[in-house]
Design a protein. Structure first.
Ligand SMILES: Cc1cc2nc3c(=O)[nH]c(=O)nc-3n(C[C@H](O)[C@H](O)[C@H](O)COP(=O)(O)OP(=O)(O)OC[C@H]3O[C@@H](n4cnc5c(N)ncnc54)[C@H](O)[C@@H]3O)c2cc1C
Length: 404
C-alpha cells in the first residue's frame, strides 16, 4: 500500500514510522527540517510523554477524553518510552511523571524518529508543502503540491493546529478537512496566558507566586479552582496554574469572568488572622505600609494597601479590627477582572479542530472519506501540560499509521 503522510511533527513522524513497518511511505514536510515544534517543547528539553497508566492519562485530557481511550490504551506511554529508549535515546522521569531525554535535548527525539524513518525507507520530502488533498467518489486518492501530484491508497493528515505558526502549524489541515466534508470545531487558544483588565497586574509584572490558590468565576459560579505556580506579566497572568485554567474556560465567553487569587492558601481565615495579629503586635509602632513585609511579596504590598482603603501611614496600633478583617479578606480573595485569553498563536496548544464525531477512534480514519486519516493536534483534542499533548500526537499517529 502507498501511504502519504502530511506534516513531519510528532504525529506525522510516528504515523510515518508505524506505516513504514508494512507500507511504502512518503512524508511531506513544508519546513526544511522535521519536527520544528518538537525543538521548542519543554523549553528545549521535550517533555515527550507522561509515565502514567492510561486511566490516569485520560483524566488529563480536556477535550474529548473518551475518543482517545482506544489510541492511548493501544499505545500507552510505556510503549513510546520503550520505542525511544531502545533506539538510542535514554529517558528519565521527573516530577509529576514527566518524561524527558536524559540528554535534555529535544533534538534527540526528532533525531531518533528521523533515523527510524530513514532505516525503514520512508521517502522524506522536506520543503514540500501539500496544497490540497485529492478525493474521488468518497475516497482519498492523492495529494497535490505546487508542482506535482502524488497518488496514494492512504493519506494521513498530521498538520497540527494554529499555535506557534512559525513552526509550520498554520491550520492547513482544517482546510483539507473542510473541503473533504468534515466539520471543524472552531479553534481556540489553550494552555495560554490570560489578559486582565485594570492596571494592577502591570504594577505586579514579574512577580511569581509559588503557591497560589486560583479560582475563576463566571457570575457567581465557580468554574475553575486549583493551586499552583503563577506569574504576573505585562498583559495579565501566566504560569502553570493559569495555563491549566485557560484550557478549562476557553469554550465560554471569558470577558467579565473574575479571577480570584488566594495569596495564603495554606492558612484558613482563623490561622491567617492569628498570623496577622502576631505581625501587627511585632510592628505596632510602625506605619501600616511598613508592617506587611513578612506577610507579602514586596511588589504586592502597594496593591493590597490600595485595595484595603487603609491609610498607608496609619500606625498599626490604630488599625481597627474591621480594617484588619478587610486586609484578611483581600489576602484570601484578591480579585481581577478577566478581559480575554491571549491569541491562539501564543497557545501551547490549539483546542478545537477536526470533529472527532466523524473519525473512527480505533484507526483515526475519516467516517466520511475512505483512506483519509487524521492524527495529532489537527483533531479536536487537547490536554493539560505534563507530556500529554505530545503523547496524544504519538498515540493517534501510531493508530493511524498501523491501520488499514
Ligand atoms: C512552546 C511549546 C512547548 C510545548 N511543550 C510541550 C511539552 O513539553 N510536552 C508536550 O506534550 N507537548 C508540548 N507542546 C505541545 C506539542 O508541541 C504539540 O502537542 C505537538 O507538537 C503536536 O504535534 P502535531 O504533530 O500534531 O503538530 P505539529 O508539531 O504542529 O506538526 C505539524 C507539522 O505539519 C507541517 N505542515 C503543516 N501544514 C503542512 C502542509 N500543508 N504541507 C506539509 N507540511 C505541513 C508543519 O510544518 C509541522 O511540522 C508544546 C507546544 C509549544 C508551542
Amino acid at each position: 500500500m502507498k501511504v502519504g503522510v502530511i506534516g513531519g511533527g510528532a504525529a506525522g513522524l510516528m504515523a510515518a514510522y508505524a506505516a513504514s513497518l508494512k507500507d511504502e511511505v512518503t512524508l511531506f514536510e513544508k519546513n526544511e527540517k522535521l519536527g520544528k515544534k518538537i525543538y521548542i517543547t519543554g523549553k528545549g528539553r521535550c517533555n515527550v510523554t507522561n509515565d502514567c497508566e492510561p486511566e490516569e492519562f485520560i483524566k488529563n485530557v480536556v477535550s474529548n477524553p473518551k475518543f482517545l481511550i482506544g489510541a492511548v490504551y493501544s499505545f500507552p506511554p510505556r510503549n513510546l518510552m520503550e520505542l525511544v529508549s531502545s533506539n538510542g535515546v535514554p529517558l528519565k522521569t521527573e516530577r509529576g511523571n514527566r518524561v524527558f531525554p536524559v540528554s535534555d535535548k529535544a533534538s534527540d527525539i526528532t533525531g531518533c524518529f528521523e533515523t527510524l524513518l530513514k532505516k525503514n525507507g520512508v521517502n522524506i520530502l522536506l520543503g514540500t508543502e501539500v496544497s490540497s488533498v485529492i478525493t474521488e467518489n468518497g475516497r482519498a486518492t492523492g495529494v497535490k503540491t505546487v508542482d506535482r501530484e502524488f497518488i496514494f491508497d492512504k493519506i494521513i493528515i498530521c498538520t497540527g493546529g494554529l499555535s506557534y505558526p512559525l513552526t509550520g502549524s498554520t491550520g492547513d489541515g482544517y482546510r483539507f478537512a473542510g473541503i473533504a466534508g468534515h466539520s471543524v470545531v472552531a479553534p481556540a487558544p489553550a494552555l495560554v496566558g490570560i489578559n486582565l483588565k485594570g492596571g494592577d497586574h502591570v504594577a505586579l509584572q514579574g512577580l511569581s507566586l509559588k503557591n497560589a490558590g486560583i479560582s475563576i468565576f463566571s457570575g457567581n459560579k465557580k468554574i475553575f479552582s486549583d493551586f499552583g505556580e503563577m506569574l504576573f506579566t505585562h498583559f495579565g497572568v501566566s504560569g502553570p496554574v493559569i495555563l491549566s485554567a485557560s484550557s478549562r474556560i476557553n469554550r465560554a465567553e471569558v470577558r467579565g469572568m473574575k479571577l480570584s487569587i488566594d495569596l495564603k492558601p495554606a492558612l484558613n481565615e482563623e490561622t491567617l488572622d492569628a498570623r496577622i495579629l502576631r505581625d501587627f503586635d511585632a510592628y505596632k509602632n510602625k506605619d501600616f505600609s511598613n508592617a506587611l513585609f513578612d506577610l507579602l511579596p514586596r511588589a504586592m504590598i502597594p496593591v493590597v494597601i490600595g485595595r484595603s482603603g487603609i491609610d498607608p501611614s496609619k500606625k498599626i496600633n490604630e488599625v481597627t479590627a474591621k480594617e484588619r478583617k478587610t486586609l484578611l479578606h483581600i489576602l484570601k480573595d484578591i480579585e481581577f477582572e478577566i478581559d480575554s485569553l491571549r491569541p491562539v498563536e501564543e497557545g501551547i496548544i490549539t483546542a478545537g479542530g477536526v470533529s472527532v464525531k466523524e473519525i473512527n477512534p480505533k484507526t483515526m480514519e475519516s467516517k466520511l472519506v475512505k483512506g483519509l486519516y487524521f492524527a495529532g493536534e489537527v483533531l479536536d483534542v487537547d490536554a493539560l501540560t505534563g507530556g500529554f499533548n505530545l503523547h496524544i500526537a504519538f498515540a493517534t499517529g501510531y493508530a493511524a499509521g498501523i491501520a488499514g
